[in-house]
Ligand binder design. Structure first.
Ligand code: ATP
Length: 257
């Protein structure tokens, strides 16, 4: 991966009230990669993702998307560049899967404009890519956690945003659905998307992410290639556990103790 960074974070500080949550975050994320954000509970992963799509705004520092300061980008245009798949997929209103995914087209439409054929085609593609075609007429609020997560990703795809942020998309899923999501993200990366994923499962992170950003107490402890991230001393210092890499024919598994 030798692409220039699609996303650059410069000296980002974020506080809630007087409580500093993120401090002096600096990082660059190359286009066309899966970038893992890891760190203990409360280290700031979700808060960082929310700052990167302007749900929350940093008090100081800059976020550059494709070289442009995101504060200078209008809300709709920003939604066409970056989209967040939140952790909680539940909605408290009845909406069909197809209509929910079609909401991803809103940044491309004028106010009160209906969906055009191109929008319907993109929704169809998102259903196909996420293998959710069979769910299309179901109510979103009646889906299982795994189904809901796929539909959420389909909505993100419908935005056509090149930058997709995912907040712990695998945490509530069984092992098969976890692997399905990671394989889907790999396919999207191979298709050119840039993906930032906060993830607790360190084994999945090691296997599927191209780079790792390790947060500790609101700061960046490590930012670089995945294989370097999992050095014993780093894991020990940030997660306070020991780790041993166990190589096998199928890759490397991690033993924590
Ligand atoms: N709305 C809020 N108001 C006040 N403090 C908050 C709010 N949201 C998050 N925080 C605090 O910010 C810090 C970082 O939280 P955040 O959810 O970003 O961490 P995280 O790394 O995603 O955690 P986890 O792995 O448990 O999901 C925590 O100390 C949390 O208590």
């Amino acid at each position: 991966m030798n692409h220039p960074p699609l996303l650059k974070i410069e000296n980002l500080h974020f506080a809630i009230g007087r409580q500093p949550i993120l401090r002096d975050i600096c990082a660059g994320f190359a286009a066309g990669g899966i970038h893992g954000i890891i760190g203990p509970n409360g280290s700031g992963k979700s808060t960082l993702l929310k700052n990167l799509c302007r749900i929350w705004q940093p008090q100081t520092g800059r976020v550059l998307i494709d070289g442009q300061d995101y504060q200078r980008i209008g809300r709709k245009a920003l939604s066409r560049l970056v989209t967040l798949v939140q952790q909680d997929t539940r909605v408290d209103f009845s909406i069909s899967v197809t209509d929910f995914i079609a909401m991803g087209r809103h940044p491309h439409l004028q106010r009160l404009q209906g969906l055009r054929q191109r929008d319907l085609d993109i929704v169809e593609d998102a259903l196909q890519l996420t293998e959710t075609v069979e769910l299309r007429d179901r109510w979103v609020n009646e889906l299982s956690g795994g189904e809901g997560q796929l539909v959420n990703i389909a909505r993100a795809l419908a935005t056509e945003a090149p930058l997709i942020l995912l907040d712990e998309p695998t945490s509530a899923l069984d092992i098969r659905h976890k692997l399905d999501i990671m394989k889907l993200l790999t396919a999207l990366r191979n298709g050119g998307k840039t993906i930032l994923i906060s993830i607790h499962d360190l084994e999945l992170a090691r296997r599927y992410c191209d780079t790792i950003t390790m947060l500790d107490q609101g700061g960046v402890y490590f930012h670089g290639p995945t294989l370097e991230a999992f050095a014993q001393e780093r894991i020990k210092e940030v997660f306070h556990v020991d780790v041993e890499e166990m190589p096998s024919d199928r890759g490397v598994s991690l033993l924590f103790y």
